[in-house]
Design a protein around this ligand. Sequence first.
Ligand SMILES: Cc1ncc(COP(=O)(O)O)c(C=O)c1O
Length: 364
Amino acid sequence: MDPSESIDKKVKEILKPKLGKDFYDETASQGNMVRMGLNENMIVDGCVANMLLEEAAKRTDPRRYPAPKGSSAIKAISESLGVWEDEVIVGNGADEILDLICKVYVGGGEALVVEPTFEMYRFYIGLGRGRVRASMMTKEFGLDAEGVLGGITDKTKALFICSPNNPTGRQFSKDDVLRVVEDCDRLVVVDEAYSDFAPYSLSRESTRYQNLLVLRTFSKAFGMAGLRLGYATSTNETTSWLRAAQSPFSVNEVAQEMARLVLENNKIYEEWVKKTVEERAYLKAELDDVNGIEAFDSDANFILFRILNKDLRSSDVVARLKGAGFEVRDRGALPMLKNCIRVTVSTRQNNMRFVGELVKELRG
Ligand SMILES: Cc1ncc(COP(=O)(O)O)c(C=O)c1O
């Protein structure tokens, strides 16, 4: 039997008894702690993920070094996206690619970051002694293209735009993002770690612009956070510079094989993305019904909400939720996000239980 047929059969066998049922996936919580703080994907079926992981392990030989610079994953990604292999770079998580971008493009110079956003941009820019210039998003969490373009100085080496943005959840309008790309001559990094859950992605278009790099990851939609595999698409020139600075074996062979397998089986992952989007709508509607908070619309696999009661602090609520077994992320210290908390969309059971616990904690 063709190996891909036998995998397809195994996936179906695992999922058959669960289809159409709102089963309780015990792998979606760990011990007594429900992890809803890191935007991991617990809607991907744990048994299918483990079966594919075993298959990926079987296809690798741990005595050998992995395909250099992630070349076998690059091949699978380029085929799936329809871009050339030399327009793709893969890394040990999207994080490694951010690190490479900062080393190669920012160095000790300045980078413009659209805030409030993912804090690792500041981390990697700071590692190279670079400086951050912040450009704030609009009050409605949109991209202020005019403000971004006006914030570019002689020293600006690169721009970081996260879309859908972590932690606000909104995807910026495509026109606004492309306006920034078209009207500036610096490298524009558009971090699309969450674009699988959103209306559009610029991955395929990225190679048409000299100065655009689009970053994606297998950690979110493909539930592979523990294996570490991220990728970016850009021009051959940009990916060559980044690859030149990358150590040869940073992407392990199991992650590369697993990437090939999940892309070959992407139909089932598309179903899980659809389910995540449905669960996000459910969680948002439930949060909208909770007194004393304001939940924001999201295009990602998490939702940001603000605690409106001035006598309550988001950090205290997060600590109390942790005591009750729910890990979520306090974002209240970020600019514009006073008293805000970010919660990952999880399985129906986890989402329901979380809202119940939140209501209890808000009552005090
Ligand atoms: C916006 C954003 N970019 C990049 C990453 C890093 O992804 P990876 O797990 O591939 O390193 C994350 C992880 O949470 C993220 O939220």
